[in-house]
Design a protein around this ligand. Structure first.
Ligand code: HGY
Ligand code: MN
Ligand code: MN
Length: 389
């Protein structure tokens, strides 16, 4: 069922080692920081200047395609290879990085490595996050040999660039070849643990039930109603995890673990949606006499990318004769964390199959990827030749 390279697992560690081999083959100086972020450094003529950083992630969800994140990391290495082949030396150093646990699919918090690198999440708080098996981030980093020694707080780069698949239908549907990303929508993740009473499915009268599964189902239906009601501007809601326990045909679920993912390009709308669903969850849980534990696991406001960099991307696309438009990212990205410490921007490439992503049918053509990486090269080179701060 597609690629399964969950953060800090042996498959991801194998991917990490392979990418580090490619970095070393390009004669880059590689460092690993204390949250497992990996940076590869290409010298500049003026080594004291802040580098241009190109990055993304190589961890994946459990049913992934092969482009999400990897395009940005391997695209960055392709930029280095092209500069080497052309014998181009840049004024500034250029670095290519991949960040730990961008997906949040194993330890529950997305953009974890880049959020630590930019100071939004303290290292010890990240270390203490645990997966469903009770393994902590720190233990997982040690187990795969990527608990690095480099300081996790990143000195602000001169600029940050990330090329990424759009992961949606917009660019392809409009016959476009590239997206200039204006920013990222706001994201809210919550984990709920509902505790009722396991009991016999046949003998327990309805009025005696405390059915955690029923409450979870009511929440899932309400999340969809909120997204289609128009009450919360451009809201998207997802119940991705819904695990009734014991999960047997003839036992009323005494417990149900679930997640609620809410997103909107409008901060006020997302706050209103969070308040609404919190009140709804408390009400339906109380009606069914089900106990509720609720934990916010991710929360980021809308982020706008640097206008100057967007202009650079647009003019590079113009020069390359590419059809493009500006658009907001529906997905979260490391670039939104980097935007808090340096000018940051993203380049989107279109996806086939209605831009499906987090699915093995994720597909961008070699031409689509090449167009995105060529614009990345153009913009990164321009930035790397800038002497002034
Ligand atoms: O969930 C997201 O938006 C991203 O794929 N981490
Ligand atoms: Mn991604
Ligand atoms: Mn993803």
């Amino acid at each position: 069922m597609g690629v399964r390279r969950l953060a800090l697992t042996p498959p991801e560690a194998a991917g990490r080692r392979w990418v580090v081999d490619q970095m070393r083959a390009l004669d880059l100086a590689v460092r690993v920081d204390r949250i497992g972020n990996v940076y590869a450094h290409r010298r500049g003529l003026r080594p004291e200047l802040a580098p241009v950083l190109i990055g993304s992630h190589i961890d994946s969800v459990a049913t992934a395609g092969i482009f999400d994140g990897c395009l940005g990391v391997l695209g960055g290495l392709e930029v280095i290879r092209a500069l080497d082949e052309a014998g181009v030396e840049t004024v500034r150093p250029i670095e290519v990085a991949f960040f730990s646990e961008e997906e949040g699919a194993r330890f529950g918090t997305d953009m974890l490595g880049s959020a630590v690198a930019t100071g939004r999440i303290p290292l010890e708080q990240a270390y203490a996050l645990i997966d469903r098996g009770g393994v902590s981030v720190r233990e997982a980093l040690e187990a795969i040999g990527f608990l690095g020694e480099a300081p996790e707080l990143l000195d602000p780069p001169h600029a940050y660039l990330e090329v990424h698949i759009e992961q949606g239908p917009t660019l392809a549907a409009r016959g476009l070849e590239l997206g200039v990303v204006t920013g990222v929508q706001a994201i809210s993740w919550r984990e709920l643990q509902l505790t009722g009473k396991s009991a016999h499915a046949g003998t327990t009268p309805t009025e005696l039930r405390c059915d955690a599964g029923l409450v979870a189902a009511q929440i899932a239906v309400e999340v969809r109603r909120m997204a289609t009601s128009g009450e919360f501007r451009d809201l998207r809601g997802t119940v991705g995890v819904l695990r009734p326990h014991p999960g047997l045909v003839n036992v009323i679920p005494g417990r149900c673990d679930m997640t609620v993912d809410l997103r909107s390009p409008d901060d006020a709308a997302l706050e209103a949606a969070e308040a609404h669903i919190s009140a709804f969850v408390e009400r339906v849980a109380a009606e069914e006499k089900v106990a509720l534990e609720s934990r916010q696991t991710a929360r980021t406001a809308t982020v706008r990318f640097d206008e100057r960099l967007q202009e650079r991307i647009a003019s590079a696309a113009d020069q390359a004769g590419l059809r493009y438009e500006r658009l907001v990212s529906g997905a979260g990205h490391d670039a939104q964390e980097m935007a808090s410490i340096c000018p940051s921007a993203m380049i989107f490439v279109p996806g086939e199959n209605e831009g499906i992503s987090h699915n093995p049918r994720e597909l961008s053509t070699p031409e689509q990827c090449a167009a995105g990486v060529s614009v990345l090269l153009e913009v990164a080179l321009g930035l790397a030749q800038e002497e002034d701060a």
